[in-house]
Design a protein around this ligand. Structure first.
Ligand code: AMP
Ligand code: GLY
Length: 435
């Protein structure tokens, strides 16, 4: 009997849990979660609750199960070295060791890795551990992005023109970051359309999911504060009207080179997910950042249309035989829309009831919700995601929209994700840049 340990409690892990359960191996699923996700719990043989820095507790749970392997969903346990601890106990993992997870946890590590190994895709950048030369460099670049070195849940990055305007403000923020972080990365602001390319790797070979576009801003028309991601979409041809196959190939080649570089740098193979946040610019495809895990929401788009056996793929990652494995996705459009509590992200309502529609034709993924005796309650972060899957983007959007509209509670969502109007805006933006 196949047994798999899943670590994580979000909608992304609910998507992973569904992909595991779909496997022809009919695995038993064991889940370690920070809080009880009702969707994951329902699919699991056994659940253990605990925090992601309690490595002893995770290892003890794993040893009691003796799983074939563990899949690590979020970055938090990776940053604490959960893979090092599990592998020491003899349990193979889908996810990089702590040193290799720097690909996500340290912005300067990744920028310097690309630079050292001569891999294209970096914007102009410099990493500072003191204020020396900081002001001059900000002035030299003219339009900058400021990134604290370390995990900030996507909330520490500030972009000129969006979050601040002047060079003085840029300097003040960078100096403030240096008080709480060992270093700060200053980089050239890139203009273009962003896309997520989630790749699986055994450390040598790299296979990609279709490109997906996330929506970071809270409100319709890309207004409002940045969030963890309000929703995402993908096209049946696994491209976008503004993104050609050659651009996806460019991004793929960067990831292949980075997999090799990180092996040379750290002396170990990177096994797991390399999720590149890329941007198509006038100067070609550039790298915004890497994450050492699948995206949330992007995992839900990709895994919902994955035709290949997820468990079989994990085995190929562990065995280093990903080159013998064919990854296939249905030629379908996907639109994911998140329902979030009113006030999210700054002041979300909490402990408010949320009711999901009884009739639902979409894939449903639970995120930050608690199952109580009298129903589901929101706990402050993104609550539930719905994924419409159809032959065209238009149909997939309508399915997702019809589901989110039927949710009852103090919630909101972005009705524009996946609509023709928003896609046209992206096309116009790209056309303007390429002129
Ligand atoms: P990150 O945490 O690195 O993904 O940054 C969060 C967001 O900031 C990205 O999704 C981009 O929208 C934006 N961003 C990051 N780096 C840059 C850059 N060099 N140029 C323009 N926007 C950026
Ligand atoms: N979609 C953004 C993230 O997963 O980081």
């Amino acid at each position: 009997m196949t047994a798999i340990l899943l670590i994580g409690n979000g909608a992304r892990e609910h998507a992973i849990a569904k992909a595991v359960i779909r496997s022809t191996e009919q695995p038993e699923l064991f889940s370690y979660m920070k809080s009880n996700n009702p969707g994951i719990a329902q699919l699991s043989n056994e659940v253990k609750l605990g925090s992601y820095n309690e490595l002893d507790s995770i290892v003890a749970f794993a040893q009691s199960i003796q799983p074939d392997f563990a899949v690590i969903g979020p970055e938090d346990p990776l940053s604490h070295g959960v893979v090092d601890a599990l592998e020491e106990a003899g349990i193979p993992c889908i996810g990089p060791k702590k040193d290799l997870a720097q690909l996500e946890t340290s912005k300067s590590f990744t920028r310097n890795l690309l630079k050292k190994y001569g891999i294209g895709g970096n914007p102009d950048f410099k990493s500072f551990s003191s204020e020396e030369g900081l002001k001059e460099y900000i002035e030299e670049l003219r339009e900058v992005v400021i990134k604290p070195d370390g995990l900030t849940g996507g909330k520490g990055v500030r972009v000129q023109g969006d979050h601040f305007q002047t060079t003085d403000e840029a300097f003040a923020y960078a100096a403030e970051v240096l008080k709480t972080h060992p270093s700060v990365v200053i980089e050239e602001k890139l203009d273009g359309e962003e896309f997520s390319l989630q790749s699986f790797t055994d450390g040598v070979h790299v296979v990609d999911c279709p490109p997906i576009q996330d929506h970071k801003r809270a409100y319709v028309d890309d207004k409002g504060p940045n969030t963890g991601g309000m929703g995402s979409y993908s096209y049946p041809d696994h491209l976008f009207p503004f993104l050609k196959a050659e651009h996806v190939q460019e991004a793929h080649e960067i990831t292949v080179k980075v997999a090799k570089a990180i092996k040379d740098q750290c002396g170990e193979l990177y096994k797991g997910v390399m999720y590149g946040g890329f941007i198509l610019t006038k100067k070609g495809v550039k790298l915004i950042e890497y994450n050492a895990r699948m995206g949330d929401p992007e995992a839900m788009n990709a895994l919902s249309i994955m035709k290949s056996d997820f468990v079989e793929m994990c085995r190929a990652i562990i065995n280093g035989t990903l080159d013998e494995y064919t990854i296939e996705f249905e030629q379908k459009a996907t639109v994911c829309k998140y329902v979030v509590p009113e006030g999210y992200p700054a002041n979300p309502v909490k402990n408010e009831k949320i009711e999901v529609p009884e009739e639902n034709t979409t894939e449903l993924f639970y995120a930050s919700v608690d199952q109580k005796e009298d129903g589901l309650y929101m706990s402050g972060s993104r609550a539930i995601a719905f994924v419409g899957i159809a032959d065209s983007l238009d149909e997939a959007e309508k399915e997702a929209q019809s589901a989110v509209e039927k949710v009852k509670g103090k919630v909101f969502f972005r009705e524009d994700i996946g609509t023709a109007k928003l896609i046209q805006k992206r096309i116009n933006h790209m056309n303007k840049i390429l002129q």
